[in-house]
Design a protein around this ligand. Structure first.
Ligand code: CP
Ligand code: NVA
Length: 320
């Protein structure tokens, strides 16, 4: 049966750990003679309804470096659901390519694409989740904390959005002490709160919600933030700038976190809004490590979906 990666929840906690191990091995093997190229002759179609730098570049490089081929479908010419129905687009694509990656406005669109095809679908960001970002983030956290997730404490400060939802699930699955602070009314979706609590109770992790960022970051080893207005919410930007002001990640807020805390941001960043220039350009930030890790994380996800046996062997160290 085909597998998707539309939500972090599509992979079990064990599979998420395997994906991270595979990503770490692929990172180490990059540009060496040992690098594996198992996807020769395989192709991936990419549809982006919203802008992208990191996701767009790293998805294409990921499949090309694994031996395959990527093609971008111009979303403004395909007009998913307008020029033709989403299922009809899917019925066509599955006749030509092996995998579809989609960045869409609505979660329902990526699910409809999946339901219409027998090939895997990867969510490259929608209104509900950004699962590939979360895998790259945890690869970065694993590198910085030497792989001991149950001892990691991370606080997400800002909007309870797509990036926050995927982080909630992956942190809960991996046993992280994860806290979220948002202004009142901007909390994460209830479904993700319920799932994060369920996953945390199985992993030994914890999940808690705050409306006070200073309390939420107390002693945290990682402080994570994202834009206050996501793509598609531009008309709310001005209002949100006022509402989120006390949720800015700045030096004063970090004085409540652990002395050696790291600062993470999925990018793009708005200096002077959700994070100050001093912090994002300062010694605690690891944002470009996160961006680099998008490549390795997505290679691992693609390989798990298209060549699970090779992925398992490589992750276990049986190849190379
Ligand atoms: N972090 C992230 O997804 O970046 P892009 O929007 O540039 O792809
Ligand atoms: N929450 C942001 C993430 C961008 C990578 C957005 O959806 O625009």
């Amino acid at each position: 049966m085909k597998r998707d990666f539309i939500s972090i929840d599509n992979f079990s906690p064990v599979e998420l750990r395997e994906t991270l191990r595979l990503a770490a091995r692929l990172k180490k093997a990059r540009n060496t003679p040992l690098e594996i190229r198992p996807l020769v002759g395989r192709s991936m179609a990419m549809i982006f309804e919203k802008p992208s730098l990191r996701t767009r570049v790293t998805f294409e490089l990921a499949i090309v470096e694994l031996g395959g081929h990527a093609l971008e479908i111009n979303a403004s010419s395909v007009k998913l659901g307008e020029r033709e129905s989403v299922p009809d687009v899917g019925h066509n694509l599955e006749r030509w390519v092996d995998l579809v990656t989609a960045r869409v406005f609505r979660n329902e669109t990526v699910r409809m694409l999946s339901d219409s095809m027998q090939i895997p679908v990867i969510n490259a960001l929608c209104d509900m989740e950004h699962p590939c970002q979360a895998v790259a983030d945890m690869l970065t956290v694993e590198e910085l904390s030497r792989g001991v997730f149950p001892k990691v404490s991370m606080t997400y400060v800002g909007d309870g959005n797509n990036v926050c939802h995927s982080l909630m699930l992956i942190c809960a699955a991996l046993g992280v002490d994860f806290r979220v602070s948002t202004p009142g009314g901007y909390e994460p979706d209830k479904h993700f709160i319920t799932r994060a609590n369920e996953l945390a109770s199985g992993s030994g992790g914890s999940f808690s919600l705050f409306n006070d960022p200073a309390k939420a970051v107390a002693g945290a080893g990682f402080v994570y933030t994202d834009v206050w207005a996501s793509m598609g919410q531009e008309e709310e930007s001005e209002q949100r700038r006022k509402i989120f002001l006390d949720h800015q990640v700045n030096s004063e807020l970090l004085s409540h976190a652990a002395d050696d805390c790291y600062v993470l941001h999925c990018l793009p960043a708005h200096r002077g809004e959700e994070i100050t220039g001093e912090v994002i350009d300062g010694p605690r930030a690891r944002v470009f490590d996160q961006a680099e890790n998008r490549l390795h994380a997505q290679k691992a996800v693609i390989l798990k979906l298209l060549a699970p046996d090779i992925a398992a062997e490589f992750a276990a160290g049986e190849i190379a």
